[in-house]
Design a protein around this ligand. Structure first.
Ligand SMILES: NC(=O)c1ccc[n+]([C@@H]2O[C@H](COP(=O)([O-])OP(=O)(O)OC[C@H]3O[C@@H](n4cnc5c(N)ncnc54)[C@H](O)[C@@H]3O)[C@@H](O)[C@H]2O)c1
Length: 345
């Protein structure tokens, strides 16, 4: 492109932040990872020692004063996203933020307002599946009229059972299974169905294995129906307890056909025929499944910053997905159908 690289600070160097940092330092064209930021010294030391990142900060406010910084990538807990995005925008930085945008609607709107005050800054929320080559192919096929008018999306996010219950520690700050996991399926449903207006939702769930979740009102298996305007529907399933591996797949049904993406979460093309029958191994976790998409996603962010073009998904997309996710969480807790009004603005 012939432009200067985008100088980026990575905020949060945990499970997701390390992977973004690794991509930014080694694989993203036009990016320079200039600093790492985490309150945990071991994590910033990892960025320095493994990736050769020059500067380390414990707090975002310090990172934002780093000379020449252009952008931040936030992979921090959801409860701090909004304050961090607003601070970064006010400091004149472009922002990539992991999903979910926020844990309440007023906060989403606060980010939209801050972004409107800084129209020259890119703000992009990480709905990684939109960058997965198979989901992209499906989108193009639908756009070309390949399945007629799409009216129903059935989509699931399923994590393999982790008997240690590692994620249970994060449940109080993640927003629960619908905001943490189903938000991806919600975003896909909106994308494939042409951004229809959500009208009402029903959600329920069970605690099948991780009984500690009951104390925070969360479940480890959840199902939901989202009814949109103009006769469009989404049926969602999220699980933290699958036996066979990470199993994320989606079916899009239209008036002239349907598409299935990722129906068999196979690790590779090997089929094993033995005393158990004919089978294949599965991807182990979300990163194995979406590794390529994570790279394409962050490359897109960097390209948008360099070219000054808006990202392919808007903040309103992130607000709407969060709003539907919040309605599902409320529905699951209350046992009631939750109606959604039209969102102004
Ligand atoms: N797109 C996906 O599929 C996907 C997958 C996993 C996680 N995520 C998202 O990524 C985000 C992080 O999740 P994770 O699993 O990496 O969590 P994590 O707990 O492993 O990492 C969080 C990091 O943030 C740091 N941190 C906490 N408070 C901070 C602060 N105030 N300032 C700077 N750093 C701070 C922690 O020290 C840690 O480095 C969440 O929003 C999560 O939903 C997205």
């Amino acid at each position: 492109m012939g432009r200067a690289p985008v100088r980026i600070g990575m905020v949060g160097l945990g499970r997701m932040g390390k992977r973004h940092a690794d991509n930014l330092a080694r694989r993203v064209d036009g990016a320079e990872l200039v600093a790492g930021c985490s309150p945990i010294d071991d994590e910033t030391a990892w960025a320095r020692e493994v990736l050769g990142v020059g500067a380390s900060y414990r707090e975002l406010a310090e990172l934002l004063r780093h000379p020449g910084l252009d952008a931040v990538v936030l992979a921090t807990p959801a409860i701090v996203h909004v304050d961090q995005i607003v601070s970064a925008l006010e400091a004149g930085k472009h922002v990539f933020c992991e999903k979910p945008l926020a844990l309440d609607l007023a906060d989403c709107l606060r980010v939209e307002e801050a972004a409107a005050r800084h129209p020259d800054k890119i703000v992009m929320v990480g709905f990684v599946r939109r960058f997965d080559p198979s989901y992209r192919d499906a989108y193009r096929h639908i756009e070309a009229g390949g399945i007629g008018r799409p009216f129903l999306v059935r989509s699931q996010t399923g994590d393999q059972l982790d008997p240690s219950g590692f994620f249970v520690r994060f449940a109080p700050t993640s927003g629960g299974i619908f905001l943490d996991c189903s938000i991806h399926d919600i975003d896909l449903a909106r994308w494939f169905l042409g951004n229809p207006r959500p009208r009402r939702v029903f959600a329920t769930g069970v605690v099948a294995v991780h009984h500690d979740l009951t104390a925070v009102g969360d479940v480890d298996n959840g199902v939901a129906v989202v009814e949109f305007a103009e006769g469009r529907l989404a049926c969602l399933y999220a699980s933290r307890t699958l036996a066979h591996g990470h199993d994320t797949h989606t079916e899009i049904i239209g008036t002239a056909g349907s598409l299935m993406v990722g129906q068999n979460p196979r690790r590779n093309r090997v089929e094993i025929a033995d005393a158990h029958g004919v089978r294949n191994l599965c991807v182990a976790d979300f990163y194995e499944r979406f590794k390529e998409a994570f790279l394409l996603e962050i490359q897109e962010f960097v390209d948008c910053v360099r070219a000054g073009t808006p990202p392919p998904l808007t903040l309103r997309d992130a607000t709407e997905a969060t709003r539907i996710g919040l309605a599902l969480a409320e529905g699951q807790r209350s046992g009631r159908v939750v109606e959604l009004a039209e969102l102004g603005g």
